[in-house]
Design a protein around this ligand. Structure first.
Ligand SMILES: Nc1ncnc2c1ncn2[C@@H]1O[C@H](COP(=O)(O)OP(=O)(O)OP(=O)(O)O)[C@@H](O)[C@H]1O
Length: 694
């Protein structure tokens, strides 16, 4: 006996006995829901009703025999007619029963033959003649009882348990569907279901799921249907009566510290308690492609904590780099920052990161190709000592530094998509998988006005958290919604509840809800320890990735620092920059590009001094203006602001009495000269770092 979400008891045994029915019992009945009016007599009548028809039929046959004898007793013509009618009726029963089981067909034919033979004899000879009364008194109850017994044993009647539960299925519009023997696991009942051939399809079952849940008084997400891929009318109905996820479970640390990013990431558990796995890189042996992920959910649906689940898993692996863009100033992720290879706030730093991602993808793909990797595998992250993966033409091992997997994360991506244009993301997503790069995009309101369908289509995996019901079709594929997934039913009332659609997971799982681990306040210290571990033991950027990133981002890309190893990646750090614990840099990541030894500019202006100095009070000559413009670009570059547009020159224009249209023209000229490169956003240009003098 279990309780449903309303605390009402559901008698599962009845479900099984009848093949389908989940019947309320005892305290589960609400006032007014009593069987047949509330009295014991009415209840018994209610239970006996299904068994009465054979008895009514038996009585009817007796009456028919009596009445018939008044009309036809001793009539030879009637004898011929009644005998023919009886044979015809028996034959018709046999013929009509061909679609049912052999046993049911025989039982029906014998019943009809016996009843029609007795009626014929009674009509012709009179019901009281010879042995007819005894035959009736013995035969009629035996036949009626045989049908009663058959009904009681119905679950064993058909091969493979095929039976139909008219009660529930009729109620939900699937009256002629057949339901097979249910498999019962703790809190999960799975029953094969077949709808009527030629009349209904799997789609009709999907549409009826809400009604089935309603009939069983369960939440919509408790009832799912997994169509059989080989049939349009068969599938499996899954019912999970009790919501095992209602009790939040909390993160207790990474699942596989020091493992490879190719091992599954565990981000929570399903409603049967099994772990929710997600793989980012592909695996040629398992026939699985690498994937990009959309984390979609409304405000308060648990996106932030889902991100923490994924990021802590990523940072706990030895062969992966994480680049994170977050317009919310790393509000949720601050404890993890030391382990992150590159963290960029929204706006220009994110624009720079996106440009850098675009540059590292071809560089990484080229490297993987040169080292004979068709896609990224963990061996690619090791030093290349295998002659099968050498870039040397003589076939000897090349010893090149390994290339860690790269996860690029766009948190709260709506504004980034708006500013950068989601074409950039589509391009990145399409190219990235062959470069050992996964893109993770988190979006608060998953809807078509936030992200184009082609960008959405380029993110094959989704973690769909609670959302507005109107946005469900954006989050999840139709097939998963048809199978019973319903994130709109959660809204923000079930934080962390999610559906996970991703390669490597059995598709029957897609419509099963899961829940991410919650992050209790005391998880912060554990996250800090993890970030420290990642900073010390995690992968550092390989020369190809770091080189390509720096070539675009200049000193806006520093790479992660590893305090115990001294300089890591391509970013050296002085001992003095490390705090006394030896655990972390003393400077904020956004200040890391500033040279502490550099002379401070002489200024009487205090902190509010404009970056480009005060108004010179005169308009420079064209020559001088161009030189000042070149200097301004160099200053942006030195400050790590690698993407610029006319609006960044507003103060500068005031300073030098020059106009923004003039700047726009110079920007275009600089692009023609190779100093700038166009980005996806109109009017925004990426500074091409000036070559360093040898
Ligand atoms: N898996 C979970 N188990 C238990 N509680 C959770 C879980 N996920 C999130 N929560 C709780 O739900 C609340 C909202 O979560 P969170 O801040 O992650 O949502 P969000 O979608 O990021 O919201 P917003 O977009 O407003 O930042 C928080 O109090 C959080 O602790």
């Amino acid at each position: 006996m279990a309780r449903n979400s309303n605390g009402r008891r559901v008698r599962h045994t009845d479900f099984l006995d009848n093949g389908m029915v989940a019947e309320y019992t005892g305290p589960g009945l609400l006032p007014g829901e009593s069987h047949g009016g509330g009295s014991i007599g009415a209840y018994l009548l209610h239970r006996a009703m299904p068994h009465l028809p054979p008895w009514v039929a038996a009585a009817g046959i007796g009456i028919a025999g009596g009445l018939g004898s008044l009309q036809w007793e001793q009539s030879a013509a009637a004898g011929v007619g009644l005998t023919l009618a009886s044979v015809a009726l028996t034959g018709a029963t046999w013929w009509m029963g061909k679609s049912t089981t052999q046993q049911r067909r025989l039982h029906s034919a014998i019943t009809v033959a016996a009843a029609s033979a007795w009626t014929t004899a009674a009509c012709l000879a009179g019901p009281a003649a010879g042995p007819l009364p005894d035959m009736y008194l013995i035969g009629a109850p035996v036949l009626a009882l045989s049908w009663n017994i058959r009904m009681i044993l119905r679950r064993n009647d058909d091969p493979a348990g095929q039976s139909s539960d008219k009660g529930l299925l009729e109620k939900v519009g699937l009256a002629r569907a057949q339901i097979g023997n249910a498999t019962v696991e703790p809190n999960r009942v799975t029953a094969p279901l077949a709808v009527e051939a030629g009349e209904q399809t799997n789609e009709d079952v999907s549409k009826a799921l809400g009604r089935i849940a309603s009939a069983l008084d369960l939440p919509t997400s408790a009832v799912r249907y997994q169509p059989d891929p080989g049939s349009s009318r068969r599938g499996e109905l899954v019912i999970v009566p009790e919501d095992m996820l209602a009790q939040a479970a909390y993160w207790e640390g990474p699942s596989n510290l020091g493992g490879s990013i190719a091992d599954p990431l565990v981000i929570g558990r399903y409603d049967d308690g099994s772990p929710m796995y997600l793989w980012l890189p592909g695996d040629p042996k398992a026939g699985r492609n690498g994937t990009h992920v959309l984390v979609a959910g409304g405000t308060g649906s648990g996106k932030g904590e889902t991100a923490l689940n994924l990021q802590t898993e990523i940072l706990s692996r030895r062969d992966v780099l994480l680049w994170l863009s977050d317009p919310k100033m790393f509000q949720d992720f601050r404890p993890l920052l030391p382990g992150i290879d590159w963290a960029a706030e929204g706006g220009t730093p994110t624009e720079v990161m996106v440009e850098a991602i675009k540059a590292v993808i071809p560089a990484r793909t080229r490297w993987l190709g040169q080292h004979n990797y068709r896609q990224w595998v963990p061996a690619a992250a090791e030093v290349q000592n295998d002659p099968a993966h050498t870039c040397r033409t003589d076939g000897r091992a090349c010893g090149c530094a390994g290339m860690p997997y790269l996860v690029t994360w766009m948190e709260e991506a709506a504004s980034t998509l708006r500013n950068i244009g989601d074409n950039a993301f589509t391009g990145i997503a399409q190219e990235a998988r062959s470069a050992g790069v996964s893109l993770i995009v988190s979006l608060q309101r998953p809807s078509f006005d936030q992200m184009s369908t082609s960008t959405r289509a380029s993110l094959p995996s989704v973690i769909a958290l609670g959302c507005d019901p109107r946005d469900e079709s954006f989050s999840l594929p139709d097939t998963v919604l048809d199978a019973g997934a319903h994130p709109g039913a959660w809204g923000n009332r079930r934080p962390g509840y999610c559906y996970l659609v991703t390669p490597g997971i059995d598709e029957t799982r897609y419509a099963s809800p899961g829940r991410t681990w919650g992050f209790a306040p005391d998880a912060v210290s554990l996250m800090e320890v993890l970030a420290d571990w990642a900073q010390r033991n995690g992968a550092v950027a390989d020369p190809i990735t770091a080189g390509a990133a720096s070539s675009v981002a200049g000193n806006a890309y520093t790479g992660r620092t590893a305090p115990s190893h001294g300089p890591a990646g391509h970013a050296a750090m002085e001992d003095d920059d490390v705090d006394e614990t030896g655990y972390g840099p003393l400077v904020d990541p956004e200040d890391e590009h500033i040279d502490p030894e550099a002379e401070l500019p002489e200024s009487q202006e205090g902190d509010d001094a404009p970056i480009f100095g005060r108004n010179s009070g005169r308009k420079p000559s064209p020559e001088e203006a161009r030189r000042l413009f070149a200097d301004a670009l160099a200053e942006f570059e030195a400050a790590g602001q690698m993407v610029v547009g006319p609006k960044d020159f507003t103060d500068w224009c005031d300073r030098h009495s020059l106009s923004r249209p003039w700047v726009s023209e110079r920007l275009k000229e600089a692009a023609m000269a190779g100093r700038l490169e166009a980005t996806n956003a109109t009017g925004r240009w990426r500074i091409v770092p000036a070559p360093v003098a040898a």
